[in-house]
Write a protein that binds this ligand. Structure first.
Ligand SMILES: Cc1cc2nc3c(=O)[nH]c(=O)nc-3n(C[C@H](O)[C@H](O)[C@H](O)COP(=O)(O)O)c2cc1C
Length: 438
């Protein structure tokens, strides 16, 4: 419940910088400095405190050989990199340029790190002001961020105490009665930006006060609540990083949930697949989508019968036959199957064994590129896949059951679905182990 008054009929607020905050040094008591500069603070005021002075007071000035080393130390995850510019997730969970490491306002050879726990810093200032002045104020620790999609910097809240940082309007209606289904206002960020309008960047005014918005005060939330949870984050990586990750995120998934596969997602993946490189400007890829359970079952049963015949012909025992056939379950348990097929009608006929074999291999490798594109695009759709070979071993049967033209060569089958569990970690493969340089 808000601690302050309710929203007035005609809302307004006042924002002003607090004059008289001296240069802050390690060990300074910020609440005391603010109380001295702003003895007229009132209940319901919200203080916007620049993180730089919080960092300085908390002694977050560290020696660093280079700013880059300090950024490395503060980085948990690189989100995007372009040249020297790095957007990273830092140890506080904030996604920002250079991990928030500042080398501009410090002695040479030192850098200023963000406060270790900005929510706790805000809480300490708030408690100090209550003790010194007997006032109940909200405190927001601010920092300056760039934003994707929008030019220019703005201040945001990286720490908060006594302020409801998010105002969840979902479930309400707008003036015309339309439901507000997605509206959660980032109140603390709006307050931080308002403070920046009067603090400015270089004029020694690191604290601002917003008065008149007492209704935003309240307990129980922290600026950490403003950080989007990974599962809800549709933009977790920069574009280049996402392209690279998409390739490494494709893993063979052999167990799926019952959740149906969106046929539209499969079509988008096919559209990506058919941009693969191929010889002679051909387009040798075809994708047979087995969308009905009946089509899948008919194919799998016919393939199983053909396989059993092969194994018996090999002289395998009935037990061994049964054991091998069970391994076909990866396709049987998938909610969606795709049979990629190769057509070679654009291939050259040399009438020469070596060259004709090479010609077919060209189409086969182009097929591999197309299927890999398909699998990577499926991974981008958050769909798991397993490309297995089985249809290649009984092409006639597959063509017959699926009613495919003679010239379509099935090139395995792809099981598609939502992964039942995350794939086992695979050790990183270093490029060096796969490279010969001449
Ligand atoms: C042409 C081809 C045929 C494959 N056949 C099978 C198969 O029959 N059964 C299977 O479980 N996996 C099959 N795989 C998947 C590989 O086992 C898998 O790619 C490998 O274990 C590496 O795991 P990853 O894809 O997660 O990186 C096949 C992969 C390719 C490229």
């Amino acid at each position: 419940m808000p601690a302050g008054p309710s929203v007035p009929a005609v809302p307004s607020y006042e924002v002003r910088a607090l004059a008289g905050i001296p240069e802050v040094r390690p060990g300074d008591d910020l609440a005391r400095l603010i109380a001295a500069a702003g003895p007229a603070l009132r209940d319901g005021d919200v203080l916007l405190v620049t993180s730089k002075i919080v960092s300085k007071a908390e002694g977050r000035i560290v020696r660093a050989e280079s700013r880059e080393d300090a950024i490395d130390a503060e980085t948990v995850r690189v989100v995007a990199r372009r040249g020297a510019l790095r957007i990273v997730e830092n140890r506080q969970g904030l996604v920002m340029a250079a991990a928030g490491v500042d080398a501009s306002n410090t002695e040479p050879g030192t850098v200023l790190l963000l406060p270790e726990d900005p929510d706790a810093s805000a809480a300490a200032i708030r408690a100090g002001l209550r003790e010194l002045l007997g006032v109940d104020v909200g405190v927001i620790v601010t920092d300056t961020f760039g934003r994707p999609w929008r030019s220019g910097l703005t201040d945001v809240a990286i720490g908060a105490a006594g302020v409801r940082v998010l105002d969840d309007l979902r479930g309400g209606t707008d003036d015309r009665g339309n439901p507000l289904s997605a509206t959660i206002v980032a109140t603390a960020d709006e307050l931080a930006a308002a403070g920046d309008l009067v603090k400015g960047k270089a004029n020694g005014l690191p604290v601002a006060v917003v008065r008149g918005l007492g209704h935003v005060l309240g307990e129980g939330s922290a600026a950490a609540d403003l950080v989007r949870a990974p599962a809800d984050d549709m933009f977790r990586l920069g574009t280049s990083e996402a392209v690279r990750e998409a390739v490494t995120q494709r893993r063979t998934v052999r167990a799926f949930t019952d959740e149906p596969v969106d046929p539209g997602a499969v079509r988008r993946a096919v559209a990506a697949a058919v941009t693969a490189p191929a010889p002679h400007h051909t387009t040798p890829w075809r994708f047979v989508l087995l969308e009905s359970a009946q089509a899948r079952l008919e194919l799998l049963d016919a393939m199983r019968d053909a396989w059993v015949e092969d194994l018996r012909r090999d002289g395998k025992s009935e037990e061994s036959v049964a054991q091998r056939v069970r391994r076909g379950d990866v396709l049987r348990n998938a909610p969606y199957l795709v049979v990629p097929c190769m057509v070679t009608d654009g291939a050259h006929d040399y009438g020469h064994a070596r060259r004709d074999a090479a010609e077919r291999e060209m189409f086969v490798v182009a097929m591999g590129a197309g299927v890999q594109n398909f699998l990577v695009a499926l991974a981008g759709e958050r769909l798991g896949s397993a490309w297995v070979s089985s249809t290649m071993f009984c092409r006639d049967v597959v063509r017959k059951v699926l009613g495919l033209p003679e010239g379509w060569d099935p090139m395995g089958a792809v099981a598609v679905g939502h992964a039942a569990s995350a794939p086992a970690q695979r050790p990183d493969r270093s490029a060096e182990a796969f490279i010969e340089v001449r």
